[in-house]
Design a protein around this ligand. Sequence first.
Ligand code: NAD
Ligand code: MG
Length: 393
Amino acid sequence: TSAKRPKRITILGATGSIGESTLDLVGRNPDDYEVVALTGNKNVARLAELAVRHRAKLAVVADAGSYKDLLLALAGTGIEVAAGPKALLEAASRPADWIMAAIVGVAGLRPTLRAVRQGTAVALANKECLVSGGEIFMREVAAHGTTLLPVDSEHSAAKQAMTGTDLDRIECVCLTASGGPFRTWSAERMASAGPEQALKHPNWSMGAKVTIDSASLMNKGLELIEAHHLFTLPPEKLDVVVHPQSIVHCLVQMTDGAVLAQLSCPDMRTPIAYSLAWPERMHVPNERLDLAKLGSLTFETPDPERFPALRLAKEVLETGGSAGAVLNAANEVAVAAFLENRLGFLGIAGLVETTLADCADLTGLSPESAEDVYEIDEEARRRARDRLPRWAS
Ligand code: NAD
Ligand code: MG
């Protein structure tokens, strides 16, 4: 592969869990890649370290106040430095062959859209982008002929299992959910769970937001909406099954009764590598699956009583339009409040449900641009914050 021109890559959210795993793969094959830009939010020290190690051309912090620190940290390295929201968009627009979108939350929508407009390849980890602005996002992907590569393990699995089959021959795409740390907990016990318990994911090591979403099963709800947009599948062709071992990532049921699944040990480097090497495959030296050693894989139906977030997301999937932006905004407010001990665990779904009910005037809209999405997002956040005290622990 060394005869090929190196792939020019950019990572939006380089200092996060997905960003770091991506750079782990890049660092193992340094001759295959040329790092154009790396971005972070505030973690200047780590961003500078990564930029130096991977010889990035540009390093950007989204937080404008961190500019001087980054400038200092990278002084004498020859690496270009910038900060603030405009610089983040500029980084996403720098010509690259492949851009990893791994910012967490709807904050990633604008930069990711910039990346999409390059018309090359975008590896999408940032599911909140699709939940909030799925229609406008997919319209831009189509308009620019961009290759959109799912990074979420279930969606990567779905893409792998669906390849070669016409969409109308697919009856159902079933996403697996680990069930999170509270899978077997009673509602009473969950009511008093704090961030410490919720952050203990049984199988995956991830950023805080997605870990809390996994505990509430909101993550699986967001992923249903993500799958709907990514694969243009109607809600009735999407399903969820709880699979505590996180070995089977997705099951695709065809019209002839065949089911194709993708299996691997739970390590995000496998789906990231699939997106990075696509349409080829690369070597990833992670743990290999040993089914005999595992002995058994189990599956169960998610409990809608204890995990109402999944039901709320399914309702939003049916509503469509701007409902996704409201759901996501309320959930981001709720998760942040939970992590700051200002909201109990059951209050997360509670706050999301009240906010959705209070935003009936917002959920029927059809956003035409990212600006529309952000307007709805901001209004929904305002209302969620207003209702926060009612749910506060
Ligand atoms: P993380 O919190 O570890 O990292 C997030 C990254 O985004 C960091 O680089 C951070 O500096 C940056 N960031 C945060 N807020 C920002 C802002 N306002 N503006 C600009 N940059 C900002 O999160 P993660 O676990 O790496 O997840 C990233 C995305 O990938 C999320 O959407 C998540 O749902 C999705 N995802 C993650 C995993 C996983 O295993 N971690 C799996 C599937 C999907
Ligand atoms: Mg996932």
